[in-house]
Design a binder for this molecule. Structure first.
Ligand code: DGL
Length: 283
């Protein structure tokens, strides 16, 4: 297939999508990756659907102009609100992070309550609830006969708007962050969910603290890990994997402040970041 050796495009509202980038790199070590972080316009999580679609479409064009073979919308907010629009006219396959996270949640929940946390825009969109219900219907349909109802479990969704700034400030082990986690999650944990979906790029950085707050008795689902798996499987099934060879190349583009991206991004990736450039986005 002509696309095999083209890069994978990954984008996010800023640097949070590096948690998804990291998982993709782990699962696909030979692939060339191009990451775009919209650091000039982050956060997306408190913006309107129209604005998020506009920003995402501009980045989408930037990545397709680079000749990518597939695009991963690493940002949960953009996946919740812009994915349908992006897919409508796309010339390459487009993956979001919601569907893979929702699928895993259904498998992990065993019919019990599911919790989802994310930005205000993601939670308001109810994208995870919709994807979870779709997955249940599809599983019921596949089992034969008419799709049954989703059952009596509840999906508990909660916006946690302070988590992103706390992570970006590097306050990962501070009391203020533990307090914020308890503040947002106490009502969620009271619903005794079997699993909790980290529906925002930054939340994997808080995974251990969240697990502690939940008393350890819950499965934490990282949408980034599930998305990386889905992308790998898709490329494999469609004969689009790059032929194995040396480790894949990496290019990072940002819309503002390369230094800050590098400094914080290295904390997200736990290693050095090279090849960062400032990008003009075509309007
Ligand atoms: N990347 C966003 C997300 O996953 C979080 C940061 C933002 O609000 O832009 O929803």
């Amino acid at each position: 297939m002509k696309f095999n050796n083209s890069p994978i495009g990954i984008f996010d509202s800023g640097l949070g999508g590096l948690t998804v980038f990291k998982e993709i790199r782990k699962m696909l070590p030979c692939e060339d990756l191009i990451y775009f972080g919209d650091t000039a316009r982050v956060p997306y999580g408190n913006k309107s659907k129209e604005t998020i679609i506009r920003y995402s479409s501009e980045i989408f064009k930037f990545l397709t102009d680079k000749g990518v073979k597939i695009i991963v919308v690493a940002c949960n907010t953009a996946s919740s609100l812009a994915l349908d629009d992006l897919r409508r006219n796309a010339s390459v396959p487009v993956f979001g992070v919601i569907e893979p996270g929702a699928k895993k949640a259904v498998r992990a929940s065993h019919g019990k309550n599911i919790a989802v946390i994310g930005t205000s825009a993601t939670i308001k969109s109810r994208a995870y609830s919709i994807a979870i219900h779709k997955e249940i219907e599809s599983l019921n349909g596949r089992a034969g006969g008419k799709p049954k109802s989703a059952g009596s479990f509840r999906i508990v969704e909660k916006a946690c708007p302070l988590f992103v700034p706390l992570v970006e400030e590097g306050l990962l082990n501070e009391e203020i962050t533990k307090n914020a986690i308890n503040y947002y999650l106490s009502s969620v944990i009271a619903e005794k969910p079997s699993c909790l979906v980290l529906g925002c790029t930054h939340y994997p950085m808080l995974k251990d603290l969240i697990l502690d707050a939940a008393g350890g008795n819950i499965e934490i689902i990282d949408s980034g890990v599930e998305t990386a798996r889905a992308v790998r499987d898709y490329l494999k099934e469609n004969g689009m994997l790059k032929a194995s060879g040396p480790s894949g190349g990496e290019l990072f583009f940002v819309s503002d402040d390369m230094e800050k991206f590098k400094e914080l991004g290295e904390k997200f990736l736990d290693r050095a970041i090279k090849n960062v450039s400032l990008a003009e986005i075509a309007k």
